[in-house]
Every structure is written in C-alpha cells, then in structure tokens.
Write a protein that binds this ligand. Structure first.
Ligand SMILES: Nc1ncnc2c1ncn2[C@@H]1O[C@H](COP(=O)(O)OP(=O)(O)OP(=O)(O)O)[C@@H](O)[C@H]1O
Length: 374
C-alpha cells in the first residue's frame, strides 16, 4: 500500500486490471483470466462458493495463486514467470470487508489518519482527494467520534474512507452491505453510488445480490464454479438470455441516458436514451444534461403490436424482439432491442402465442415502472 495514486476524483493512468489466477484447493479450483477496466464498479457476481472472495484474496496477495499474474494500473504485483511476488502490504490496494474492523481506541479521524500515515510522505499528494473521500462518505460530522458510537453503516463508511486514505490503485470490497439490515443498507447505497460516479480507480465489488449489482455495477464478472462464465458491461450481462441473471422476478435491465427536462410540478423527469425517451418520477430536481441510469424490471414491461394511445402508461418504446426463452411454467422472458438498448419483458406464454412473438418481430414495449438509480 505504498504507491501513489488517485483516491477520489483524480485520474488514474490507463491500464486497468489484468489477472491470471489459478488457485487449487482440495475440492475447488479458481481458474480465471480477467481484463478489467481502470475505473468504475466491477461486480464479481455468482452463487455462494463460486470463488468471489477467493478471487479478491488472490488479487490482494492474501492467498497465493499458482501460477498467477496480476497487473494493476501498469504495476506488476505478481508474475510467477518473472519471479515477481509483492506481499499484500506492498500492493496499492484498499480492502473493505463485510464488517468494518476499525481501531476502537481511535476516533474516526484517527482511523483515517493512521491509513494516511502508511503512504510515504513523498507520495502524499492527494490530500484534496482525501478530503473529497471524507466528503463523499459524509463523514464530516463524525470525525471526532469513536467507532463504538457509530452505526454499522457509519462504520462501513469509515472503513471505506480509511481504505481510500491509503491512496489505493484499486479498492476491493467483499460484500460490504451483507452484515447490515435493510434500513442500513438503504442508507449506505447512495454513498456507494457517489463513489461509483466519482472515483477514478476501479472498485472490485463482491456481491450475490442482483439488486445491489444493478444499482452499482458498471462492469460485471459472472463466476461459476471458479471460472469466468461472462465478463462485460453490466447493461449487457444483466439482459442476456443465455445467462442466469435474466431470470425470474428479479430480472431487470439497465438503461443509460441523459436528463432532458424535469417538471417539478409533476415531479417527472424525462430522459433521452438510445431507444427514445423515458419518463420517471423524481422528487429531486436534477441538472439537465446529467447522465442518469434507470432500472426497468422485466415484469413491468408489457408488449403491444400497435402503439396504444388510451393508456395510463407513459413510457412506450418501439423495439424489436431479439430472442425469447421460457422463464417458468407459463411465463416467458423476451429480449428486446430498443435503438441499441437492451430491454427484457416477462410475459405469459399465452401472450407470446397471441402476439406471435418471435425474433425479428417489431412491436412496442410499454414500460410501467422505471426506477432512477443515480
Ligand atoms: N480456507 C479454505 N480452505 C478450503 N476451502 C476453502 C477455503 N475458503 C473457501 N474455500 C472453498 O473455496 C470455494 C470458494 O469459496 P469462496 O469463499 O471464494 O466463494 P464465494 O463465491 O465468495 O462464496 P460466498 O458467496 O458464499 O461468500 C468454496 O467451495 C469454499 O468452500
């Protein structure tokens, strides 16, 4: 944790993360080859036991992959072929666990300062960025408090700020919300979203909660039994019919757009995306032109062959069917392309037959619910 780098809104040199990791255990083998972007939230996603934590620990050097090769932002942390192995404390990384282990005898300020001290003084050029991290995590009011007086969510915010104070080139987060109840999770998520928008370093984020991933992830790695089943943009992976994410009640798609206007009397924002416009209820006024991301659940999308006019549904988008698959008895998942944006609709088998739904069919997607994510 000694190299200089951006903590918050400063730019990281290009390079991203490259990792070739093979780690064999008695009943499990991690065998992955990852090329990941140099910024954004990268979700490591998959069922329990698929190797998410092992992958994070191997990247951090807490466990030794053999063979292994890890490069982060141009720095080589491990290359067995070249005889290079950096122990964890020499890797410029921050690690946030399920439960924050803070120094109980130090204040919040003391905890953060401790991490900052570990960065060599010649490399400490990021104090502005650190202030930003403290700001982003809303810690201003808490700086003099002792950990014992903080809620679980507040402790996690301190743990994240402390990890950023070490000027990491990558932030590793292992299910940081898993130990929190629903209320605390909801409190912490907006802070994570702020980090997602602002941090110039990549965040590898382990989770098996699809709703969390849908809110935060820009890139996704889907792991299955120690191997990479798919890696790509969260928008793409989440909507692929050949992957298990586009299944059941939780199936949803992510749409990126720009805010066109906001009507404060109706609390209605309109955003433009590649497939047209979407209206979404929003109680906070936002700057026109701002990038916004919305989530549309497959169960909230219905299909019509002709554009409806006498309907309470505001969002009607022309789309083309790209594929379909049986989702559960009597229910089908239909994949759609709306001007290059992926959408999913979950409809009954009877409707599939009645409307003649098949790849290439042009129709209209009626979107009943749109949730604004950031
Ligand atoms: N210290 C260990 N010794 C032996 N096997 C282990 C050890 N730690 C984990 N495993 C096994 O390695 C596999 C991958 O575990 P890992 O914790 O990486 O999975 P995970 O995807 O993070 O799971 P979860 O979502 O439940 O946290 C599992 O089969 C697990 O039982």
């Amino acid at each position: 944790m000694t190299a200089p780098c951006a903590a918050a809104a400063m730019s990281q040199e290009p390079g991203g993360i490259e990792a070739r990791l093979v780690l064999k255990r008695a009943t499990f083998t991690l065998d992955v080859d990852l090329q990941l972007p140099g910024r954004g939230f990268i979700a490591l996603f998959g069922p329990s036991g698929c190797g998410k934590t092992t992958c994070l620990r191997a990247l951090a050097g807490l466990e030794r992959a053999r063979p292994g090769r890890v490069r982060v932002a141009g720095a080589t942390w491990q290359d067995d072929a070249a005889g290079i192995w950096l122990p964890t404390h020499q890797r410029a990384l921050g690690y946030v666990f399920q439960e924050a282990s803070l120094f109980e005898h130090l204040s919040v300020r003391g905890n953060i300062a401790y991490a900052q001290k570990r960065v060599r003084s010649t490399e400490r050029q990021e104090s502005v960025a650190l202030d930003q991290a403290v700001d982003l995590l809303g810690l201003g009011e808490l700086m003099d408090r002792r950990p014992a007086t903080l809620s679980g969510g507040e402790r996690q915010r301190v743990a994240i700020a402390r990890a950023l104070a070490a000027q990491p080139r990558v932030l590793l987060m292992d299910e940081p919300l898993a130990a929190l109840d629903a209320g605390r999770k909801a409190e912490l998520l907006p802070y994570l979203e702020a980090l997602q928008r602002t941090l110039a370093i990549p965040v590898l984020y382990v989770s098996h909660a699809l709703d969390e991933v849908a809110r935060l992830a820009t890139h996704m790695v889907l792991l299955d039994a120690g191997r990479v089943r798919a890696s790509g943009s969260a928008e793409d992976l989440i909507a692929r019919l050949d992957l298990p994410l586009a299944q059941g009640d939780a199936a949803a798609t992510l749409i990126e757009g720009r805010l066109l206007r906001h009507d404060s009397s109706e609390h209605l924002s309109t955003l433009a995306f590649a497939g047209g416009e979407l209206h979404v209820i929003s109680t906070t006024a936002r700057a026109v032109g701002q990038r916004v991301r919305v989530r549309v659940q497959a169960r909230d999308v219905s299909l019509t062959l002709a554009r409806q006019s006498d309907t309470s549904i505001l969002n009607i988008v022309p789309a083309t069917v790209t594929g379909l698959r049986e989702d559960s008895p009597g229910q089908w998942m239909v994949a759609l392309d709306a001007g290059g944006t992926r959408l999913l609709a979950r409809i009954t088998q009877r409707s599939v037959q009645a409307l003649g739904i098949a790849p290439g069919r042009e129709l209209f997607a009626q979107v009943k619910g749109v949730a604004l994510l950031d």
